[in-house]
Every structure is written in C-alpha cells, then in structure tokens.
Ligand binder design. Sequence first.
Ligand code: TYD
Length: 200
Amino acid sequence: MTGKFISFEGGDGAGKTTQIGKLAERLEAAGTEVVVTREPGGTELGLAIRQALLHGEDLSPRTEALLYAADRAHHIATVVRPALDRGATVITDRYMDSSIAYQGAARGLGMDTIGDLNSWAVDGLMPDLTFLLDLDPVIGATRIGAAKDRLESAGDAFHAQVRRTFLDLAGREPERFVIIDASGSPEQISEEIGMAYGRL
Ligand code: TYD
C-alpha cells in the first residue's frame, strides 16, 4: 500500500507550518496515519545540513544546491519512502519545487538543471499534491520580523523571483498544484485547504 505524499511550498513567512499542523489534525481526526516532516532538516543528518545552510558560512550557489539535494535524498530514503510504503500520508514542509525556485531560478543555476539533480536525488518521487501558499514576499518578510536566516536575508528581488517561479511551476502542473491565497486569516486559509483536499 502506498500512502499519499503532500508538499507545502511558498515563500518565507507564508504560514506553511501553521497550515500543515491544521491539515494533519484534520486527517488524523479522520483516522489517517500522518507523518509531518520538513526540508531541510527532517532527519538528524538533515539538521546538521540545515544548520550549515541557514546559519553557517557563506556558500557558493552550487554548494547550496547540493546540500539541499543531499538533505532531500537522505530524507526521502530514510523517512518519506518508508512511511509511504506502510500506507501513511506524508506532509512535507517544502520539497524540490523549493530548490527549483530558490536555487534554480533565484540563484540562477537553471530550473531544469536543479529539477534533474533533485529528481536523481530522490529517484523520481514526486508529490501527489502540492499546496502553494502564495503571498507577496514583502508581507512575508514583515511576518518573519527581524531575525532572518541566510536565505531570508537574500533581498526583495530574490524573493520576488522565488514567488514568480512557484506560480510558473504551478501553471505548468495544474493537476498537482493547488494555489492558495496566503494573505487571509489562518482560519480562512485552513478552510480553503481542507476544501481543496476534500475535492481530490
Ligand atoms: P524553511 O524551513 O521553510 O524556513 P523556516 O522554518 O525558517 O521558515 O526553509 C528554510 C529556507 O531554506 C527557506 O528560506 C527556503 C530555503 N530553501 C531553499 O532555498 N531550497 C530548498 O530546496 C529548500 C527545501 C529550502
């Protein structure tokens, strides 16, 4: 039996973590086993990689891309696939669309190159469903406040490019993506996500 694989994507400060918690609660109340996880940092090794990526020394774009891909390869092999194999629903806070948007587009490494690298890293595993929490990055930045990590500090043009790329990816795969307007209240957004999930 294979469980459902769901990813949440969006810019920083879009409220993914809150919404993942709410969707997980909803599914658990209906009797589903849910595994909530995240990238980078969904494993012990991943936590070390996350620290290096977000709070360590400056990294070249290629180093950054490879570290995200290494985190993802290990995460999929040791957490996500085993959970899907036993029939659990897995919800991940970010997946390879983040690498395509941040490293492929905003860092300029190329969307196809980063897509290929990551497909290889996870042996082709794609989400059944991706919620894109779309938000003006200027609003996202005010939600985050002053304590910014290395990626969050990358500047307005960078984050505008990330947003455009997510929307572009969603347009290319409308059957996988659900675009959610993340400017509303957490309750409104959760309602919309629940409705979209129920329709699938
Ligand atoms: P996230 O855990 O969502 O941030 P936080 O918990 O601090 O809100 O993601 C950490 C950062 O890493 C975020 O700025 C996006 C970036 N990122 C990439 O650049 N590429 C990737 O492949 C992933 C998964 C995240």
